[in-house]
Design a protein around this ligand. Structure first.
Ligand code: FDA
Length: 527
């Protein structure tokens, strides 16, 4: 039935109006091409979701993690393809290329600018939700993980086999491996082991010509580029082979909350001098947000000092008391648990139910805008005060800044080892988020985060002001949606994300995808 419906579509020409120009678009040809190549009608109905399909909206929305891009006016894909085999991925590339559709690749759908599921030009989504196998080999301390799996599914897969191995990736358990590893991946094991991509040892990629490549066949240049040089740029990464890392059976986590009335500014000021120099086994982070004050009806700003130590509380306490007595850490602030439970702790989830890591929809979805900074010099106390006070503004009701200490292993890896360049000398990375639930507040909230970012200009890294590609920020500049983007134009944002590695990424892109088939607003352009 489905096949019959699709087979009449070659005769359908969709007329699109874009920027005032009218284009004839062979939508039907695309679907015909894909259905012919997949051929089996029952498979087609499980793989191709056109806008007429009753499941289209639920498949589209299932992996949208920023409601800002799922409003009635958000552009929608002509079709969503959920491949079940590598050949389906190859066919989607072939048919999109031959029939003029832009391809947006989606793994976990956490792209903060929505570029994995929104485009201003006619597009289809290649959604890897069915590519989510996790195979853990504890004997060799490696795992093969498909891109559509979440970090939670990987963490769960490891923890269900061993308590003494882990993987250094992001805190949030619903982020997709495909996008996360395409841009870096920093989390609570980052000071000890570096980024997630520092532990990728092989990958399986489908390139713009539909070739299936592994590390050996793609060559070291392309293998270098896909480990942090951006998703939707070099091809579709189907799976990654990662090296696991040792973790102790017991780790200790802690939280100490201080608000403006409790010297939060001074303690944060001190933290900047200490956190990056602490032993690698200790990761600390500061979460800044507006909270209720102890005075009824008043608000204040809280700096939540949180940490994870790869060891027991009896070792942690004297260490903090010696290095950072100002924090006033006490035993009652600390909890011992397994490494995998510490992921839940940082995610604000109950630590008893590790199964929640398998739930891709465990976290609420709201509209948000994010920006990032890397800070190389400590901020002055007045600077911190001004920053904290901005959270008292009305637009910041649902804003948070997560400030993560660097140093440790991050200081030991050369800037050009992988595309991600923010390594030695970074004191901390700040990820600024603002969220809203009412569409009418969008403008004010986005304006607030832009003002916060302007305020931080004096304190952030300079020339370039570095930014983390995994939290894309289209305010930094974009490619042209259609046609050529010059190296100079793309450098405006490219140097911020990749510093001197940007040039090598452009050279590799020019070699492997000269026609720029894999593209988005901030993909690497060819020369
Ligand atoms: P999504 O599917 O949206 O893809 C992101 C980008 O990669 C898109 O450009 C997409 O086209 C491309 N892509 C996806 N799969 C691909 C594939 N298989 N092959 C090629 N290209 C592909 N980061 C971090 O380092 N540490 C953290 O703790 C967190 N925490 C966090 C929490 C929350 C709530 C959000 C929204 C984001 C984070 N991040 C993060 C940032 C996260 O690492 C980043 O958004 C990733 O790109 C998300 O990957 P997904 O696969 O989920 O996104």
């Amino acid at each position: 039935m489905k096949f019959l419906q699709l087979s009449v579509l070659p005769f359908l020409i969709v007329i699109l109006s874009l920027n005032g120009a009218t284009l004839a678009h062979p939508y039907g040809d695309f679907l015909h091409c894909l259905s012919l190549r997949i051929s089996n009608s029952s498979t087609i109905s499980k793989v191709i979701y056109t806008q007429n399909n009753p499941s289209y909206s639920s498949v589209l929305n299932a992996s949208i993690h920023n409601a800002r891009f799922s409003t009635p006016t958000s552009p929608k894909p002509y079709a969503i393809i959920t491949p079940r085999k590598t050949s389906h991925v190859q066919s989607t590339i072939y048919c999109s290329k031959n029939h003029g559709f832009q391809l947006r690749i989606r793994s976990g759908g956490h792209d903060v600018e929505g570029v994995s599921y929104v485009s201003q030009v006619p597009f289809v989504i290649l959604d890897l939700v069915n590519f989510r196998e996790v195979k853990v080999d504890t004997e060799n301390e490696v795992a093969w993980v498909q891109s559509g799996a979440t970090t939670g599914e990987l963490y769960y897969g490891i923890a269900s086999k061993t308590q003494t191995l882990g993987f250094p990736a992001g805190i949030c358990h619903t982020i997709g491996i495909g996008g996360h590893l395409s841009g870096g991946g920093f989390g609570i094991l980052g000071r000890k082991y570096g980024l997630a991509v520092d532990h990728v040892i092989d990958a399986k990629l489908v390139d713009a010509n539909g070739r299936v490549l592994r590390r050996k066949s793609m060559g070291e240049d392309l293998f270098w580029a896909i480990r942090g040089g951006g998703g939707n740029t070099f091809g579709v990464v189907l799976a990654w082979k990662v090296k696991l890392v040792p973790v102790p059976p017991v780790v200790t986590v802690f939280t100490v909350n201080k608000n403006l009335e409790q010297n939060a500014t001074k303690i944060f000021h001190r933290w900047q001098y200490i956190a990056h120099k602490l032993p690698k086994d200790l990761f600390t982070t500061v979460w800044v947000m507006k909270v209720n004050s102890s005075q009824v009806g008043k608000k204040t700003v809280q700096a939540g000092f949180r940490g994870m130590f790869l060891g027991g509380v009896d070792e942690l306490l004297p260490l903090i008391q010696h290095e950072f007595p100002e924090l006033g850490l006490a035993k009652e602030n600390c909890t011992q648990m397994s490494w995998v439970q510490s992921i839940l702790y940082f995610g604000g989830l109950p630590i008893q139910t590790v199964d929640i890591l398998l739930n891709r929809h465990a976290l609420p979805v709201s509209s948000l805008k994010a920006k990032t900074d890397f800070v190389r010099e400590p901020m002055s106390e007045t600077g911190i005060e001004g920053f904290m006070n901005m959270f008292l503004e009305e637009e910041a009701d649902f804003a948070i800044t997560m400030i993560e200490a660097f140093g440790g292993r991050m200081d030991e890896i050369r800037e050009n080892e992988l595309p991600y360049p923010h390594r030695a000398g970074i004191l901390f990375e700040s990820s600024y988020f603002v969220q809203w639930t009412n569409e009418a507040d969008a403008g004010l909230c986005i304006n607030w985060i832009r003002r916060l970012y302007s305020y931080m200009a004096s304190y952030a890294s300079k020339s370039p002001r570095e930014a983390y590609y995994n939290y894309k920020d289209l305010d930094l500049g974009t490619n042209n949606i259609i046609g050529y983007t010059s190296y100079e134009q793309a450098s405006v944002w490219g140097l911020k994300y990749f510093k001197n590695n940007f040039k090598r990424l452009v050279q590799i892109k020019t070699k492997v995808d000269p026609m720029n088939f894999f593209r988005n607003e901030q993909s690497i352009p060819p020369l």
